[in-house]
Design a protein around this ligand. Structure first.
Ligand code: MG
Ligand code: MG
Length: 292
């Protein structure tokens, strides 16, 4: 494994956590409310509707870490039952927040023991997309069919939906390109996503106040990633759109981390990030890469 890939993998995982912690402060606010309260929101200040400590992360990061541990316990394989058990244990530990679709389908898993949620056209939330990073790290360099199978295995525990699947596939492809090449395949993968699922079209009107619907989430993320040229500008752009800002922040953070590397992450954000989350992200990024 090259030092560059390891650097970008760690940056992606730290980016996920930083974007989550930064965005959580303004989750469910509108851009106008954010401007009124903070001007431009660009510091790790905690608070928000969850009353977080500065640098504290939410479900986007902690579910990803739970998934990553499950993958590591299976020697790098993404096993549906191991993922479901890990998410269920995560839910039992009373996380600071949890999405409705995640909760409903994990409760179903407790009753049925089946780690695959029933297909549902309503389950197109961003809850599977927000936690794709451990799978992207564990499948770097794997054949395309194995990547898709692994991506489905984690996603379908809670979100068995083809719109969510399209988003997860696109994000994993973008992460692989950025990690592997440090190159910019993002715009091509975004174009492929829109070609396969036209509702993801993101050009044109600025997507503000994105909801938890994965289409709106990805529209805001893609506009921010493709419309900026630094890690900091990308995250500041997306969280100031408000709405599901911890999740758009988390997804932008993983993409921008992989794209720009560790040196591009502002020191003040790294220092403010919850130390336990930071250590877990750093360690897990390298351990997951080492399984490939
Ligand atoms: Mg969250
Ligand atoms: Mg959220």
């Amino acid at each position: 494994m090259s030092a560059d890939i390891a650097d970008r993998a760690v940056a992606a995982y730290l980016g996920l956590a930083i974007g989550d912690a930064l965005g959580a402060t303004v989750e469910f606010m509108t851009p106008a409310e954010i401007r009124h309260q903070y001007g431009t929101h660009r510091e790790m200040r905690g608070g928000g509707w969850l009353r977080l400590k500065p640098g504290q992360v939410t479900d986007d990061t902690t579910m990803s870490l739970a998934l990553g541990r499950a993958i590591l316990a299976c020697d790098g394989r993404v096993e549906p039952l191991a993922c479901a058990r890990a998410f269920d244990a995560w839910m039992r530990a009373k996380p600071v927040d949890i999405g409705n679709t995640v909760r409903r389908n994990l409760v179903s898993f407790r009753h049925s023991g089946d780690p695959v949620a029933p297909p549902s056209e309503h389950d197109a939330g961003n809850g599977a997309a927000m936690r794709v990073l451990p799978v992207a790290l564990a499948t770097l360099g794997a054949p395309a069919g194995a990547v898709v199978a692994a991506t489905r295995a984690q996603a379908h525990v809670t979100h068995n939906n083809e719109v969510s699947d399209a988003a997860c596939d696109a994000l994993v492809a973008m992460l692989h390109d950025a990690l592997n090449l440090g190159s910019d395949g993002t715009v091509d993968h975004a174009a492929a996503l829109v070609a396969s699922q036209p509702l993801f079209a993101y050009a044109g009107k600025r997507r503000e106040n994105p909801s938890g619907y994965v289409v709106e989430t990805l529209q805001a993320v893609l506009q921010a990633v493709l419309g900026t040229d630094s890690f900091e500008d990308c995250l500041v752009d997306v969280v100031n759109r408000g709405g599901d800002a911890d999740t758009t922040g988390a997804i932008c953070g993983m993409l921008a981390g992989a794209r720009y590397g560790l040196a591009a992450i502002p020191r003040r954000w790294l220092k403010a990030l919850d130390p336990a989350a930071r250590a877990a992200c750093e360690e897990q990024a390298l351990a997951l890469l080492a399984t490939t």
